[in-house]
Design a protein around this ligand. Structure first.
Ligand code: DX5
Ligand code: ZN
Length: 218
């Protein structure tokens, strides 16, 4: 699946940005609070309005403190998938259950420096694992291939049946880097600048999907 990140779109024209990528699988919405990360983007009112303005499923990536308190509200606002950071959560399992009870898929995100092993059991409560391939906070950074062993480890646990997860990568995904992530076992690819920085965002989505498919087929 390809999930364009509207962080790289024009915030005054988010509905048009969604319309420009009609074949996307999810539309990735980066929520930042100026505390968990040093950047501030948007919150619930914008997600509610965007949900009303597009048929694309919204993939909300919460880079915020206290997700236990705030994450379920994004599910109630209509997000299809709500991902929060394990580094910020007090009770990840309970928060995942609250997100699911509100009707969304639940996702857990890990920063580049966060190991996966301590969370392999709690991930059974989740639908999505988001492996950050840059430090969270800003678009347009360089892909970090050194985090791909975490994707491989998660893919092994999915293959063995221990986990059932979408494996999402976020940060620095482009036509040049997507194949490495796909080969490692990712199946959801977030791309901000590679999509909304392109002359034709819709075609950029298709080009990314073609590259990922080719790499997965190997
Ligand atoms: C970064 C965000 C990403 C960002 C990716 O903290 O989580 O979703 O939009 O942007 P690119 O694809 O430009 O690295
Ligand atoms: Zn993101």
């Amino acid at each position: 699946m390809i999930a364009p990140s509207i962080l790289s779109a024009d915030f005054a024209h988010l509905a048009e940005a969604a319309d420009s990528v009609p074949t996307s699988d999810w539309l990735h919405v980066d929520v930042m609070d100026n505390h968990f990360v040093p950047n501030l983007t948007l919150g619930l009112p914008v997600v509610t309005s965007l949900h009303a303005a597009t048929d694309l499923p919204l993939d909300c990536h919460l880079m915020i403190d206290d997700p236990d308190r705030w994450a379920p509200g994004y599910a109630e606002a209509g997000a299809a998938n709500v991902t929060f950071h394990v580094e910020a959560a007090a009770d990840a399992a309970q928060t995942a259950r609250s997100i699911r009870a509100a009707g969304a898929l639940a996702g857990l995100a890990v920063k580049p420096g966060t190991e996966l092993e301590p969370y392999l059991d709690v991930l059974r409560e989740f639908d999505t694992l988001l492996v950050m391939t840059v430090e969270p906070g800003f678009g347009g950074q360089s892909f970090m291939p050194e985090v791909l062993p975490k994707v491989r480890l998660a893919r092994e646990h999915v293959r063995s049946g221990h986990l059932r997860l979408f494996l999402e990568v976020d940060g620095g995904i482009s036509a040049d880097t997507i194949a490495q992530a796909a080969e490692a076992g990712a199946d959801v690819f977030v791309a901000g600048s590679a999509v909304f920085g392109a002359d034709d965002p819709g075609r950029a989505v298709e080009a990314l999907r073609d590259r990922a498919r080719a790499a997965m087929a190997v």
